[in-house]
Design a protein around this ligand. Structure first.
Ligand SMILES: [Zn+2]
Length: 267
């Protein structure tokens, strides 16, 4: 199986001590390529540096997470756009709206989101989207900008059929994390994931977050990492009545086409 983790926060400081070992375990688990999430200007710079150090294996996104939306000023925009144009960057974002935590005021979240959709349109890169408890505003802003966007993926999708269908109607792809491995809060997702066409479905760990709950033995650190992506594949496969190999095949093809990645040079 060749897998692509489309959402790994590998620039996160929880990987500072053993990042090389984490990457080796990922490779041994069949995770041949990873998209390193940029969630702030600084994290984006680190994601780009990591990607340059591992060409063809790591790729970066360039964006500001809604939690940090208040930090994205009009003055900071040209620098973010320049980062988005970097050849190592395969998507704009992570950007969107998060009204669950409300770490940044909502009006600033909406402004930062719209700005980053403009960057995606200007740079011709697809957008890596985050949304929590903000569906109506999120869809309204996306609709306004949709015509100029080359594409988008709703990452870490955890919602229901209605939101799934709204995203699919807008032409978005959907990213599934280990949320689906959770026998309690992920139960509904096992039904919802069946309605996503293979050419719109991608998989991600969102490491170091969202450790799949069914990993045995459970890692003592509770830290998630890309090597655990096969657990997500197996949960998606079980939910859809497919083999893990089939799910691996189309999610990898979908990710390569969406992010315009070449094949891993080491394979
Ligand atoms: Zn997110």
């Amino acid at each position: 199986m060749q897998l692509i983790d489309i959402g790994a926060n590998l620039a996160h400081d929880s990987f500072d001590a053993d990042r090389d070992a984490v990457m080796h375990r990922a490779a041994n688990a069949g995770v041949v390529q990873m998209v390193v999430t940029g969630s702030s200007v600084e994290a984006t710079q680190r994601a780009i540096e990591l990607s340059r150090a591992h060409p063809g294996v790591l790729f970066a996104t360039a964006g500001v997470h809604p939690h940090h939306a208040a930090d994205l000023t009009a003055e900071a925009l040209p620098a973010l756009e320049a980062l988005a144009r970097d050849p190592a960057v395969v998507a704009a974002g992570e950007c969107g709206l998060d009204y669950f935590r409300d770490f940044s005021p909502r009006d600033l979240q909406r402004r930062a989101f719209a700005w980053q959709l403009e960057i995606a349109a200007k740079t011709g890169k697809p957008v890596f989207l985050h949304q929590r408890d903000a569906h109506d505003d999120f869809i309204a802003i996306l609709r306004e900008h949709r015509a100029g966007l080359p594409g988008g993926v709703a990452h870490c999708f955890t919602a229901g059929e209605e939101e799934r269908d709204a995203y699919l109607e807008l032409g978005l792809a959907i990213g599934i994390t280990g949320w689906i491995n959770d026998e309690r809060r992920g139960q509904h997702l096992r039904e919802v994931v069946r309605g996503i066409p293979p050419d719109r479905l991608m998989i991600e760990t969102d490491a170091p977050y969202l450790l799949p709950r069914d990993i045995r033995p459970a890692p003592k650190s509770r830290r998630n990492e890309p090597a655990f992506l096969p657990w997500v594949v197996r949960a998606v496969a079980a939910a859809r009545g497919e083999t893990p190999e089939v799910v691996a095949g189309y999610t990898t093809a979908t990710a390569r086409a969406f992010f315009k990645m070449g094949s891993d040079p080491n394979c």
